[in-house]
Design a protein around this ligand. Structure first.
Ligand code: PGA
Length: 227
């Protein structure tokens, strides 16, 4: 079955030329479904079948310096938008904000990719992790049509560290999120790479991957999307 692989380029690369070259080197006929999420400033200049944004603001327009609205993303034909990433939560995004962003995106028919897992540690057992995720999802998904969102489980200690959760743990967490909230697709993120991706993708309830660092290397990313 096709899985969903989302590339989160974060604040990379540093020039539009490099961003276009990276996008051009990613296979458009991969075995899995692929979404590229470049930095906002490149969104209208990247050619790829599925493009996503890395964040948005919940208001449509007005006096909100520096923000980008879901309405503007829709105008650029953006189909997906990551929200609640731990790097956003680390600079102040709250679950209430994530909830408002999810609603704003759905109002424009953009699929929110809601990241959870901020605040978890490698020492937490499955039960402690599910408690933290529940406290986030109860607010993130309040009043949201859960059948229309994607959730990405990203244990914060695994992001950009080269350490990753076990595929068994991720499968258990994915089952919890799917059954408790009725979310159709749960992704895993956190140091996913060409060497470990297969193990996660083989899990029945893991719907795919949110890939950071490894998505900046075309050779590695092409391997992941063709598993
Ligand atoms: P990483 O990032 O793959 O570099 O750990 C994942 C993410 O932050 O979405």
């Amino acid at each position: 079955m096709k899985k969903l692989i989302i590339a989160n380029w974060k604040l990379n690369p540093s020039t539009l030329k490099d961003a276009q070259a990276l996008a051009a080197s990613i296979s458009v006929k991969a075995k899995n479904k692929v979404v590229l999420c470049p930095p906002t400033i490149y969104l209208s200049n990247i050619q790829y079948p599925n493009i996503g944004a890395q964040d948005c603001f919940w208001q449509e327009k007005g006096a909100f310096t520096g923000q980008v609205s879901a309405l503007q993303l829709k105008d650029l034909k953006i189909k997906y938008c990551i929200i609640g990433h731990s790097e956003r939560r680390a600079v102040g995004d709250t679950d209430e904000m994530v909830n408002a962003k999810a609603k704003a995106l759905l109002a424009q028919n953009i699929i929110p990719v809601i990241c959870i897992g901020f605040g978890t540690t490698v020492e937490h057992d499955d039960l402690e992790v599910t408690d933290i995720l529940k406290s986030q999802l109860d607010v993130d998904l309040a009043g949201v049509d859960k059948s229309k969102v994607i959730v990405a489980y990203e244990p914060v200690w695994a992001i950009g560290t080269g350490k990753n959760a076990t595929s068994e743990h991720v499968e258990k967490i994915s089952i919890f999120i799917k059954t408790k909230y009725g979310v159709p697709i749960v992704l895993y993120g956190g140091s996913a790479n060409a060497a470990n991706a297969k193990e996660f993708l083989e899990q029945q309830n893991v719907g795919g991957l949110l890939v950071g660092g490894a998505s900046l290397n075309a050779t590695d990313f092409n391997k992941i999307i063709n598993l």
